[in-house]
Design a binder for this molecule. Sequence first.
Ligand code: XIL
Length: 470
Amino acid sequence: MTVPAARRAGRWTTSIAIGVLASALALSAVTAASAADPETRLKDTAPFRVGVAIDQRETSGDPGRVVTEHFDQVTAENHMKPDAWYDGQRTLRIHPQAAAIVDFADERGLDVYGHTLVWHNQTPAWFFQTASGQPLSTSDADRSILRERMRTHIFGVARLLSERDGLFGAGNPLTAFDVVNEVISDGPEADGLRRSEWYRVLGEEFIDLAFRYADEAFNETYAAPDTDRPVVLFINDYSTEWDAKRARYLALVDRLLARGVPVDGVGHQFHVSMSLNVAALARAIDAFADRPVTQAVTEFDVPTGTPVTTAALDAQGAYYRAAFEVFHARKDHLYSVSVWGLNDSRSWRAADGAPLMFFDDLTAKPALVGALAAAPAPAVAVAASSRCVGGRVVLVVTSTNLADAAKTLQTSSAFGGRDFSDVASGRSVAHALSTRAVSIPAGGVTVTAEGGATVSALYPAVTCSAAAPR
Ligand code: XIL
């Protein structure tokens, strides 16, 4: 929506006319621009969960405060990966950093997006070895060993997390998990799958098994009774913004869905560069839009390149804005959008130049301002109801988000004029308009903002019984 010049100049005048409306008007809404104001919380502007990858360092002090302020979901950057669940004796236990993250999320009311159950990286070598340290073969016996290891791992993770914070779907902050990560090949293998150790031993079957085990563990065995599959199961990969890789990804997802594999979501890491047109991000999401899956941007970051100049930071702000506009426009398909780290020096891509939304002193970068500015303006809405107070009709007009659009309220009716200057952005405020009448017919209110936008609402007829004697 284009922003009227008067809005940009901050000079809105508004009039409201109250009268009988000829046509039935439902509560309707127009939009005005929202402020790209770093005081605004990113999570308040987004219609999807906004996440950030963290470790224990971001669970306390100023980083913890900023995470809680702007995000409603966290991903463990490293400490829920396969190898993080084992101590030196190969004993399964929750890593202290993962424990700190789930405790933090639990205390602050954040969701936890798990990352990741099955991967070719950051996985203990012994997963793929016999007891004597030889590589597993593709014999039936060795394939069984690997299947069982996967199952034991996935069930162990679900058990440890549910022991800590309760069954899934009943207050446990974990609501999603990347079940398999980066299983698509970068080259043109016929089946499009990465030649990993999982693949070498089990073939494509390992992907089906991972989802089936995860569904059983997180959504049955350790799910609260009366919940419906409370943990959303994702496949996740990088370079999905590139056509050839995405075609392989889509083909795999289609095969999984055709086989009835319980894959709920498709993740796009989106570790991108400013040279990539954001239209490629749109294409990646759009490619899956008609499949029966939700999607997530799981690891977004965009380096400036080096040196990190003011101009580059501004360009990055424009990039974040354009990318988040793509995400907003696809909100119905997005479960969450996560950035891969809080502040620049914490990024795995820091050497490529300041990829994230916060400076190291935790002040907002142009990237955050851009992400905030991408949000469509909150809907301006008005509702009206008539009621009796002390035997007289009072019309109650409830306005939402009128702050930027309407500062004064004028009426030409018996209800008189009202000052709306107490309306704060993002809030619903009720104004009671009194009249001396004891009875009014059904009617409507229309707010006309400068620029011509109108919002209207109906109220019913009301007749009050005699005023209570004073
Ligand atoms: C990265 C972490 O950010 C680093 O700290 C770690 O050294 C390596 O892994 N794709 C993924 C993430 O799925 O798990 C990776 O995270 C980044 C690429």
